[in-house]
Design a protein around this ligand. Structure first.
Ligand SMILES: [Zn+2]
Length: 304
């Protein structure tokens, strides 16, 4: 593969514009997917328009980052202040794509998986932050994709691809490797995520809370729990296996408590403060994907 032979910095330059464009599309997903009316949820054929005055956005104003700078953060038609979230999400999309050749070997399955996961977390972080919604339209396909990504390793367990670490340093790596990453610059891999671990991750993340919820609903005749967080855990479990998924859950809960408890004490609202838990799961995921094994071994070292 020719592109995989390029050094990471050159790949980063080539990938950054795609990242900015995908970041721009992430803004469309973040704005439209949480809408109640199915027609307004259309993210494919409906052209970009100002959420305030509905005016069509001119093509050059729609350019990632550049458009926002030209407009100085205001709608050209009605002067509506465009939230800083829009250029921020575009920038994060660009950074995610540009950083990806350093985080995962370019052109391998784990690179694709890491990129999809990072992009999905970017979208879900902001839908949860702004609307407290984690849309099914994203989460159900991710559950299926997580399982599908474990299948190529069954057919081609020994397929290799050459990737670059640094000038003059090439590395052979498994094309369909599917596991966690212990550290940056892929000096090595954790054991691969098998289809069994992936399925168990999906079942534990979604199946168990769903069962509890159905029982609860039948007994109490109420709506029960919000399932968005569990669906998120389910696809994270399908992507990274059941054990890292539990790590993400515990770290996410810890981060949530670290932010939530002081907030509750300040407001004295007595447990009524709603926190977007999906945001904390999104923040916990890269920590577990890159450092999960090291954290776990460190923890075992402390307790034993
Ligand atoms: Zn406007």
């Amino acid at each position: 593969m020719f592109l995989a032979d390029l050094p990471p910095w050159l790949l980063a330059l080539l990938l950054a514009p795609f990242g900015l464009a995908f970041g721009s599309f992430a803004n469309v997903l973040i704005h439209r997917l949480p809408m109640e009316d199915p027609a307004q949820r259309n993210v494919v054929t409906q052209p970009s328009h100002c959420p305030s005055c509905q005016a069509r956005i001119r093509p050059w104003h729609n350019l990632p980052l550049v458009g926002w700078l030209i407009l100085r953060g205001k709608c050209a038609d009605c002067g509506w202040r465009i939230p800083g979230r829009y250029p921020l999400v575009e920038l994060l999309g660009g950074l995610l794509f540009a950083a990806s050749p350093w985080l995962f070997p370019f052109g391998t399955l784990i690179w694709f998986k890491g990129l999809v996961c990072g992009y999905a977390l970017l979208v879900l972080f902001f839908t949860d932050l702004t609307e407290m919604i984690l849309p099914d339209a994203i989460q159900f396909p991710l559950m299926a994709l997580g399982i599908l990504l474990t299948l190529p390793q069954l057919q081609w367990p020994e397929a290799l691809v050459k990737v670059w670490l640094a000038p003059g340093h090439a590395l052979q790596t498994l094309t369909f490797h599917n596991g966690l990453q212990p550290a940056l610059l892929y000096r090595g891999f954790e054991p691969t995520v098998t289809w069994e671990q992936s399925l168990i991750g999906l079942a534990v993340g979604y199946g168990v809370p769903d069962l509890v919820n159905r029982l609860y609903k039948a007994l109490r005749k109420t709506d029960g729990l919000g399932m968005g967080d569990f669906k998120m855990l389910a696809w994270l479990g399908a992507f990274w296996g059941w054990a890292p998924m539990l790590g993400i859950l515990f770290l996410g809960a810890g981060l949530g408590a670290a932010v939530g408890v002081p907030l509750m004490l300040m407001r004295r609202s007595g447990g009524q403060t709603m926190l977007p838990f999906g945001c904390f799961l999104a923040l916990a995921t890269p920590i577990i994907v890159f450092f999960g094994r090291a954290l776990w071994l460190g923890y075992l070292g402390v307790v034993s």
